[in-house]
Design a protein around this ligand. Structure first.
Ligand code: UD1
Ligand code: MG
Length: 462
């Protein structure tokens, strides 16, 4: 549902000093997405007509990672405070009439239902400014909501400017507001920086609105963990744990078994089918898609790609943008690299690595093998220890293996090379020339046996 006449300003110009990082704070990942992308997603869910993102510190990097047709970027050259940041955005909203939502790029856990409650309160009270507040057990560090005798919001006082008495207040400013444009934005011109931090505080807009006899209101957040701001990596980990629980609960309620949700790491944009089982220590990333009735065992890392129904990914396997068909068994400890396509009913066993490998239905490589730059037909059996020698130091070359080929153990295919269908490659062969269909190829040094050789040798020794 989109809300009529809604715009958003996302504050993302701050440095994030406490992250102690070369990466701007708002680009640190949470559940596989930069912090600011979670806030952008929220504006999308709410159907904001216009989103203005205020950037400053490492502006180019932030712009690059958040670029989206919906977003207008505004640069705040000097970080003179949250009020100044919104002033910088106001130019882009010159012609906008309606409600402007103020969001912070480092507050990633807010749900759209919470913002809808804020907007409902804003409309109900016909306020010009409505602040989202929260009651918290540890208000230290936050701005406090000072209420008047009638219960209305009088002003917000920052921790650094608060009296001992005001510091006792446990209702805090989340830093999220609904402002009515253009009236509220006009108030920004009256902000000053006569405060402890010598910053232009957005929080002062409440007192300014009251002085101008305009209505102000507050909406108290039901679940205060949603307003958690990320300032350091301790908070980042705490927020990631909350996000992880949310994501995992969604999957479980949709029919996925997650054996230990606190130890299962599923990014925000992953899809999992019903009756699949995800064991502890699994990482599912990069928008991967897992089908129905799959099992992903302990320690598997799946980054992008798709897994077909009824496939079984055994412990410790790493899959990167691999396309795995139905009824496949992978691992334990298999490595499927980009460009791997398994057509279905395949077995890729322990210590097998594949890369740019198209493998037909019902073909298998069960043990200790490298298959790179290769095209395998259906019903191919690759013996233990087979290697496609695809690289000559300069170029990569292709190995093509036809349907029904049986490859004996410890074979090397020196590419480029083609094996015709239904051929058999004898164990221990180094195949350097093409093999026609239905043939036997043996390419190994014939065995020499010298009877009694050992005995003679031990005779010499004594
Ligand atoms: C702010 C609020 C405080 C509230 C808290 C909630 C003010 C003065 N204080 O404090 O009442 O309890 O958030 O988390 O608003 N930013 C800019 N440009 C600037 C300054 C900040 O874009 O010049 C951005 C930051 O990148 C950040 C957001 O605004 O995303 C909030 O700034 P921050 O410095 O973290 O504010 P707090 O001191 O936490
Ligand atoms: Mg600050």
């Amino acid at each position: 549902m989109s809300i009529h006449n809604l715009a958003a300003v996302i504050l993302a110009a701050g440095k994030g000093t406490r992250m102690c990082s070369s990466l701007p704070k708002v680009l640190h990942p949470l559940a596989g997405r930069p912090l600011c992308a979670h806030v952008l997603e929220l504006t999308r869910q709410l159907g904001c007509e216009q989103t203005v993102m205020v950037v400053g510190h490492q502006a180019d990097a932030v712009r690059e990672h958040c670029s989206d047709e919906q977003v207008v970027f505004v640069t705040q050259q000097q970080q003179l405070g949250t009020g100044h940041a919104v002033q910088c955005a106001a130019g882009a909203l010159r012609d906008f009439n309606g409600t402007v939502l103020i969001l912070c790029a480092d507050v990633p856990l807010l749900r759209s239902a919470t913002i809808r409650a804020l907007l409902d309160e804003h409309r109900r009270s016909t306020a010009v400014v409505t602040v989202l507040s929260a009651k918290v057990p540890e208000p230290h560090g936050y701005g406090r909501i000072v209420r008047c005798d009638d219960g209305g919001v009088e002003r917000i006082v920052e921790e650094k400017d608060a009296s001992a008495e005001e510091k006792q207040i446990d209702e805090i400013n989340t830093g999220i507001y609904a402002l009515e444009a253009p009236q509220a934005l006009e108030l920004l011109a009256r902000l000053d920086n006569s405060n402890a931090q010598q910053e232009y505080y957005l929080t002062d807009i409440i007192a300014l609105a009251r002085q101008a006899c305009q209505r102000v209101s507050a909406c108290v957040l039901a679940d205060s963990s949603e307003s958690m701001g990320i300032n350091d990596r301790v908070q980042l980990a705490a927020a990631a744990a909350i996000m992880r629980r949310r994501i995992n609960e969604q999957h479980m309620l949709a029919g996925v078994t997650i054996v230990d949700p606190d130890a299962t790491y599923i990014d925000a944009d992953v899809t999992i089918g019903v009756d699949s089982v995800i064991q502890p220590g699994v990482h599912l990333r990069g928008g991967c898609t897992i089908g129905n009735h799959c099992v992903v065992e302990t320690g598997a890392v799946i980054d992008g790609g798709t897994i077909g129904d009824y496939s079984y990914i055994k412990a410790g396997s790493a899959l990167e943008q691999a396309s795995v068909g139905e009824h496949c068994t992978i691992g334990p400890m298999a490595h499927l690299r980009p460009g791997t396509v398994l057509c279905g009913h395949n077995k890729i066993g322990n210590y097998v690595e594949t890369k740019k490998a198209h493998i037909g239905v019902n073909s298998q490589a069960s043990h200790l093998t490298y298959i790179g730059d290769a095209e395998l037909g259906r019903d191919v059996n690759i013996g233990c220890g087979t290697i496609t020698c695809n690289y000559d130091g300069i170029n990569k070359h292709k190995t093509t293996i036809g349907n029904g080929v049986f490859v004996g153990s410890d074979t090397q295919f020196v590419a480029p090379v083609t094996i015709g269908s239904n051929s058999l490659i004898a164990a221990g062969s180094t195949i350097t020339k093409d093999v026609p269909a239905d043939s036997l190829a043996i390419a190994r040094t014939p065995q020499t046996v010298i009877p009694g050789w050992r005995k003679k040798q031990s005779g010499k020794k004594s």
